[in-house]
Design a protein around this ligand. Structure first.
Ligand SMILES: Nc1ncnc2c1ncn2[C@@H]1O[C@H](COP(=O)(O)OP(=O)(O)OP(=O)(O)O)[C@@H](O)[C@H]1O
Ligand SMILES: [Mg+2]
Length: 737
């Protein structure tokens, strides 16, 4: 393979390593992901391994897609049959194939966060436990943690009273999941592990199939993932893992970088390869990053070296804004200037922050400036009621035993099935040990002949009506295409009449349903199961619209594995990074430091370190102090941006008054300045259905518009970038029709 020339000797050694376990440990930007990708190409083209004998695990679906297209480019043909995806996607695939071994039907669904919470609450209620004493989120976290550590309900330790309660909720929660024919994210791993652990024939089948297993970002695997990989690799033992202990940032999700040590213990014959050359960043960026990470204990010191092409590079730029409005304004303004001056392209920039909530002010600043941006994060679209309703309907049709979905839509639109009828149905389900959905369908099919009819008394006929609809859709799902099924459900429900009351809000709701339908069309070939699976698995990074030239806003967590020419790290204040929650826990503090390190090492050319002397909270401003991590970066690597406040080196001790306040309002707009400068707008000018043109995003369809704070906010579906919310007085929209 010619491409091996594009590798340094250590990388080449890793790519062409002989059979057996291989551990590649190396710092950021040293080509770990590249090595993994090349090794797949090498196995296929040089060793003649068939694609279906390879399993490669990435951290996000987006990373999987990228890797796939890179390998395809290297080889010049498609990778039919190779398994490549996240742990969750791969486990879902195994479970669907081996469904007969599970306590679930073939159509099992994957519950999202909301469903999981609802089910935890239900479990607490069933056990007569007070939600205020046992907060559903924290109980859920404990259960999730147990699952990630392969602890089953019956093995949950009950040392304290609280543990004992969690154990009971865990058990009930699992029962509810099974009776809903559903799994949560953690179950995907847990069930897959259990399956391979208990059934040696199944294990053997997969272990023989996967001649080569490759894992990226190995430092962020949890115990369940590690044990699963071990089982999968138990026959051929060709396990190739790459990682960096310093970039382990998912401890809160059960990730355990000690898996690297476990690997060395479990595979004493492993080859270990270290990569030393960094190909991503300039030396100054690397020096700053190293100064930060060197403060962590119990790690193997590494030296990060840049290539001659990258060279020394520029100093890191430090900017201190007066407040968080100024912080956001600085970011947007700097980007605009660099782009206008031809020094950078819009897609070169990433703006990172510690918590999702920090994106709001940044987004507003981008919107006000009319600068398009990409936001990586949970798609708010999927949080809308009408979207969730329709997804619940589809899930119910696919899997009538799905209790959470049934509960959501049984009386939506209202069809007279009130609480009492629902309770009666639930009791009948409990009495007969069948799911409510199946009872409904039987009522629909058999009417008075069904034994349930008598038991349900007065409620039976309304329930039967709904049951026959459900039964009909369930039958149709295998006969007609997904979009047709979707349309059919909408018609049968008269759903549009229900949600679209001809107000703007109503029309916007209907537009959202149309948007979901549009997505369903993309799954016309693959069908309902794939459609729902995709909805359940869209991870944070996956919501990034591809091929759009725009700055990217994302959390530090979501930035892992990525690289950008210019990186802004915002909110560099104590309490944000390191986060408040971590201040009194050394392990958590070490992880915050790694998170900052991950952020810094994403940058190829330039880093902006940004903070605000004051932050707005609930309408007032509070002083904040600089992140303690800033102090660890040597002064000679940093240059302060002249437009900001001047900061001394001992920031924490310096009195605020001595700071030269050269904030002249150029860069920020405090809340009172944020008001529009024009006369208040009282009537919306844009109507849903209008076509409009935006200076940067081009043409789009107005979906919704409303008056907010005496200004008009317009939701637009742009042909180029999808949904955007803009402020009419600033966005400079042209009405086309
Ligand atoms: N031998 C090489 N020659 C030229 N460029 C390289 C070489 N190796 C890696 N690169 C480039 O360096 C950058 C970093 O590589 P890669 O993303 O694989 O690093 P990584 O070790 O996976 O980083 P991270 O730890 O952040 O995930 C990429 O742009 C990659 O294409
Ligand atoms: Mg990588």
């Amino acid at each position: 393979m010619d491409s091996l020339e594009h590798l340094n000797p250590q990388q080449r050694a890793a790519v062409t390593a002989s059979a057996g376990p291989v551990l590649v440990l190396a710092g950021p930007g040293s080509g770990k992901t590249r090595v993994l990708t090349f090794r797949i190409g090498y196995l296929l083209s040089q060793l003649g391994v068939a694609p279906h004998h390879i399993l490669a695990v990435t951290f996000t679906n987006k990373a999987a897609r990228e890797m796939q297209s890179r390998v395809e480019k290297l080889l010049g043909h498609s990778l039919q049959g190779m398994w490549l995806g996240t742990f969750h996607a791969i486990c879902a695939r195994i479970l669907r194939r081996e469904q007969q071994y599970l306590p679930l039907d073939a159509n099992f669904v994957i519950f999202d966060e909301d469903d999981q919470q609802a089910l935890i609450k239900r479990a607490l209620r069933d056990l007569n436990l007070d939600e205020k004493l046992y907060r559903p989120t924290s109980v859920h976290a404990a259960i999730s943690n147990a699952k990630n550590n392969l602890i089953l309900p019956e093995d949950y330790p009950t040392a304290t009273y609280r543990d004992e309660v969690v154990a009971r909720v865990y058990k009930r929660y699992q029962e509810l999941l099974v009776s809903s024919n559903a799994v949560d994210f953690d179950d995907l791993l847990l069930y897959a592990w259990k399956l391979l652990n208990e059934f040696s024939t199944v294990r053997e089948q997969y272990a023989r199939r996967f001649e080569h297993i490759l894992v990226d970002e190995f430092q962020d695997t949890n115990l369940a993932q590690y044990e699963l990989v071990k089982l999968l690799a138990s026959y051929h033992r060709n396990l190739f893992v790459v990682g960096d202990e310093d970039q382990s940032i998912y401890r809160w999700r059960g990730a355990d970088y000690r898996n690297v040590l476990r690997f060395e213990e479990d595979f004493p014959d492993r080859q270990k390869i270290l990569l030393e050359q960094n190909y991503r960043s300039t030396q100054r960026v690397l020096d700053a990053a190293q100064a930060v990470i060197n403060r962590n204990r119990n790690r193997t010191p590494k030296r990060l070296k840049s290539t001659p092409e990258h060279g020394e590079g520029e100093k890191l730029v430090l900017y201190e804004a007066v407040d968080d409005y100024g912080e956001a304004a600085f970011v947007v303004d700097t980007i605009q200037q660099l782009v206008a001056g031809g020094k950078a392209r819009p897609g070169d920039f990433a703006i990172m922050y510690r918590t999702n909530a920090q994106s709001r002010l940044l987004e507003e600043a981008f919107l006000r400036a009319g600068v398009p941006y990409r936001l990586v994060g949970a798609m708010r679209f999927y949080g809308r009621r009408e979207v969730k309703d329709m997804i619940a309907y589809l899930r119910l049709v696919q899997n009538p035993a799905d209790e959470a979905s049934l509960g959501r839509v049984i009386n939506v639109p209202p069809r007279g099935i009130g609480d009492k009828s629902q309770l009666a149905l639930q009791m009948e389900a409990q009495r007969t040990g069948r799911s409510a959905g199946l009872i409904l369908m039987e009522l629909g099919r058999e009417g008075k002949d069904s034994p349930h009819w008598q038991a349900l008394g007065r409620n039976a006929s309304l329930l039967a009506d709904f049951g026959s609809l459900l039964g009909e859709w369930h039958r149709l799902k295998d006969e007609i295409s997904l979009p047709s099924l979707f349309q059919r459900i909408l018609n049968d429900l008269a759903y549009r009449e229900y949600i679209d009351d001809n107000t703007e809000e109503g029309q916007s709701r209907w537009e959202n349903v149309q948007e979901l339908l549009r997505i369903a069309y993309e799954y016309e070939e693959k069908g309902l199961t794939a459609f729902l699976e995709n909805l359940a698995l869209v991870s944070d990074q996956d919501t990034l619209p591809e091929n759009v030239e725009a700055p990217t806003l994302l959390t530090l967590h979501a930035a892992k594995g990525l690289e950008f020419p210019i990186v802004f790290i915002t909110g560099l204040d104590d309490g944000l990074i390191p986060h408040n929650r971590s201040l009194d826990d050394p392990e958590a503090m070490a992880e915050e430091r790694r998170l900052f390190y991950v952020g810094l090492t994403r940058a190829k050319k330039r880093v902006y370190l940004v903070r605000a002397a004051q932050r707005s909270t609930y309408g007032s401003f509070q002083d904040s102090i600089p992140s303690r991590f800033l102090k660890d970066i040597p002064a000679d690597l940093i240059q302060q941006d002249g437009r900001g406040r001047r900061m001394g080196r001992s920031w924490q001790s310096e009195s605020r008054r001595s700071w030269d306040d050269n904030y002249a309002g150029t860069w920020g707009s405090r809340p009172e300045r944020a008001k529009p400068s024009h006369a208040p707008i009282l009537q919306p000018r844009f109507k849903p259905g209008m076509r409009v043109k935006h200076p940067s995003w081009g043409e789009g369809l107005v979906v919704d518009s409303r008056i907010q704070d005496e200004d008009e906010t317009v939701d637009i579906f742009f042909d180029s970038v999808g949904f955007k919310r803009v402020i009419a007085s600033i966005a400079n929209l042209e009405i086309l029709s």
